[in-house]
Design a protein around this ligand. Structure first.
Ligand SMILES: Nc1ncnc2c1ncn2[C@@H]1O[C@H](COP(=O)(O)OP(=O)(O)OP(=O)(O)O)[C@@H](O)[C@H]1O
Ligand SMILES: [Mg+2]
Length: 413
């Protein structure tokens, strides 16, 4: 029997909670696949609501709104990690197919839960601790050495919720009235304490993107290099240049293992730090040469900024693959279609009216693929990205960066 929710031809409706640019970028492959999307949007002019006809407005933390929304969908997935656990539990109890499941999503929502779980399954992480007091942080710092990194376990994004503590004097900031240490134990982002980590002297940042379907099929894109500026991803190089094949294979294997062990469905992004194999203190057992050349930073269980290159640079983009995975369809081919694809993020800059700059960029470089999110321009806000593919990395990099810089008003010519 055909479910009344289904679109003509028996095609399913995929519900997306959250109407940001990730939900928006699911729409193009959904059109091609013949799958209908419905998005629970923050506002009528949310990025995804502008391109998806079914976009009821509702709060992702409002149980009634979310349940009503889910009742009109065959499966439900997410644009962000912020749906509260009690709302997820109620949906699951109602029998709504959720991808990823709440049990998996927990490890992308809560960095402390993630560190505990990854450590349990033997994945290499920065040295870390769960701190509830100033003394806990001091003890940890004494063990690993200053500087250290303090993080709010929940609700962080784009480097918000990440602080580098250079020395004991920086603890005064966390200890100030209303600050993090005072919020520990109260309901909210710091209910279980603060995550503290060693400041990893990484060589560069990598990301491994994989997809896994409910029936357990999995696929991986090539390992990419990500460049963060002030905590925000600004550039992605696909594949990561000069990455030795053994490290690439190990990192990919780790990401696939995490996806399987945590029961992730849909796209999983594993952010990693590439480190010298001789880095001290990780995985106490193995000899120096056998230590992994990466440490896992964090997980995202949805399409991710590190995978935007795949829209133009891979046979199957992360957005198409996410739809295939959450519908338990056979996964598509993740192989690259060019030697190199470089993605440069466009952050809101000086132009409130970006359209003239956009015309210029297209005229200057017909091969650059410009993706805009339909978002208002605010300084530092992710409003689009540019992909450039080609046989020469330096050329692709220069062209992608030039286009992004021009769109954000950094250069004028
Ligand atoms: N332990 C660490 N050592 C060194 N640098 C770190 C560490 N943790 C985080 N960073 C830096 O801060 C950036 C942001 O950290 P993290 O990914 O944990 O935060 P986030 O705000 O959740 O990020 P996202 O934008 O990916 O959601 C990292 O990409 C890295 O550049
Ligand atoms: Mg991150």
């Amino acid at each position: 029997m055909t479910s009344p929710r289904r679109a003509p031809g028996g095609f399913p409706v995929v519900g997306v909670i959250g109407g940001g640019q990730l939900a928006r970028m699911l729409q193009a492959p959904a059109v091609a696949l013949g799958v209908q999307l419905s998005v629970l949007a923050e506002a009528v002019d949310a990025s995804a609501a502008l391109v998806i006809p079914s976009a009821p407005v509702g709060d992702h933390a409002d149980l009634d709104a979310v349940c009503r929304f889910a009742a009109s969908c065959d499966v439900v997935t997410f644009d962000h990690e912020h749906v509260p656990a009690d709302v997820l539990a109620a949906l699951e109890a109602d029998g709504v197919p959720l991808h990823p499941s709440p049990a998996a999503l927990r490890f992308a929502q809560d960095k402390l839960a993630m560190r505990h779980r990854l450590t349990e399954i033997g994945v290499a992480c920065p040295r870390w601790a769960q701190a509830r007091t100033r003394a806990d942080i001091e003890t940890f710092a004494a063990a690993v050495g200053w500087p250290i990194v303090a993080k709010t376990p929940r609700g962080g994004y784009d480097g918000k919720g990440v602080r580098v503590l250079r020395g004991p004097e920086d603890l005064d900031v966390l200890d100030a009235p209303g600050e993090w240490l005072e919020q520990v134990g109260a309901p909210g982002a710091l209910a279980d304490g603060i995550l503290v980590e060693e400041l990893v002297p990484f060589e560069r940042e990598l990301a491994v993107l994989v997809a896994r379907s409910p029936s357990g099929q999995a696929s991986a894109w090539p390992v990419v290099q990500t460049v963060q500026t002030d905590g925000i991803c600004t550039e992605v190089l696909a594949p990561a240049p000069d990455l030795d094949p053994a490290t690439a294979a190990e990192a990919t294997h780790a990401a696939l293992r995490i996806a399987g062990a945590l029961g992730v469905t849909g796209v999983l992004a594993v952010e990693m730090f590439q480190v010298a194999r001789a880095a001290p203190g990780h995985g106490d057992g193995p000899a120096v040469g056998e230590r992994p050349a990466y440490l896992v930073n964090e997980l995202a269980m949805r399409p991710h900024n590190s995978g935007h290159w795949s829209i133009d640079g891979a046979v199957t983009s992360q957005f198409e693959q996410h739809l295939r995975a959450v519908l338990d369809l056979p996964l598509g081919d993740p192989r690259p279609v060019a030697s190199w694809t470089v993605m440069a993020n466009v952050l809101g800059g000086d132009y409130a009216e970006i359209y003239p700059a956009y015309r210029h960029v297209m005229a200057r470089d017909p091969g650059a693929k410009v993706h805009m999110y339909g978002k208002g321009v605010r300084p530092g806000r992710k409003i689009g990205h540019v992909n450039v593919s080609g046989p020469d990395l330096a050329d692709a990099r220069a062209r992608a960066q030039h286009a992004a810089d021009y769109l954000q008003g950094v250069i004028d010519e």
